[in-house]
Write a protein that binds this ligand. Sequence first.
Ligand code: ADP
Ligand code: MG
Length: 349
Amino acid sequence: MKILHVDNVSIAYDQNEVVTQASFELDKGEIGCLLGPSGCGKTTLLRAIAGFEPITHGSIKLVDTTVSNVGYTMPPEKRNIGMVFQDFALFPHLTIAENIGFGIRHLSKKDKSERIKQLLELINLQDYGSRYPHELSGGQQQRIALARGLAPKPDLLLLDEPFSSMDAELREELAREVRSILKHENITAVLVTHDQNEAFAMADSIGVINQGKLLQWGSGYELYHEPESLFVADFIGSGVFIDGEVMEGNVIKTSLASLEGISPPECKPGCKVKVLVRPDDIVHDDCSPRKAKIVSRVFRGANNLFTLEMEDGTQLLSLVHSHHNHEVGEELGIIMEFEHLVVFPDKPQ
Ligand code: ADP
Ligand code: MG
């Protein structure tokens, strides 16, 4: 069952359009994510879904009801939507239990305390109900904010950069934890973030936004391995683009090698193209006759990320197990293992 339909939605502040014809849908229990750089329009689109911004084109449907279209905005309190923000916005003078129960004040005392107990267990803070927010860590406060958002059993939960005040390590851990809580409750959710690792850790499907345009909607795997635009290829993961020329017979000539792969249909033989080379396409092998000079090295625990330079000056990235301890300045044996070439026309998009 579809819970959310965002259909060709545009949003403008005064005459200035900041979201342009965005479309996506979420099934019951699916976690979607809007991912993009700061200022690209993520919060604006989330606020429109919540009912805080009118839309100038398209429609938004929640379960079976059209909640926004041009000229109509159902008010936020009439939409069965929960929200969790970056700054938690917990009430400092209320206990944890009172904070969680804030949105279910209309329930009987018994139902309310049962739901609060259930949620405290779900977020693994059973013994904290009578404490106050300032007595808890940031991560614990964010779980309370999540429980408060879940308490009224909303059709849809919206989370706007909910982990951005946490340090990077805690962020991913919390994202995984929140994912398992949402999955347990079978809640449909939209997460907004600029952090792709957070998106990967939490979401089933991700939409990449740039300058108000939703460029591609898909799984993390699809965005990484099958990016449909230069922006998505560049924004997701790391990698470099090398110049190539389309030859006959699905061959692309580059300074590294002639590579086999399908070019976009508009790229005929003779066309200049850009080929995406991911760090995992360049595999270290001491026995390989092909050598590249190590220009820099970043230690990443299990791996080192090397920046390599070929004889002609082409730079590549390579991810190598960190027990291969090669130094900057050394020559590194490499082989190229392209499973699937990602090729774009060489023109501004
Ligand atoms: P994001 O959440 O992706 O960082 P926003 O949705 O907050 O981006 O902002 C998108 C664009 O809309 C930005 O250029 C921002 O300056 C502008 N904007 C956001 N809120 C308002 C507002 N209330 N009035 C006018 N412009 C706004
Ligand atoms: Mg924002």
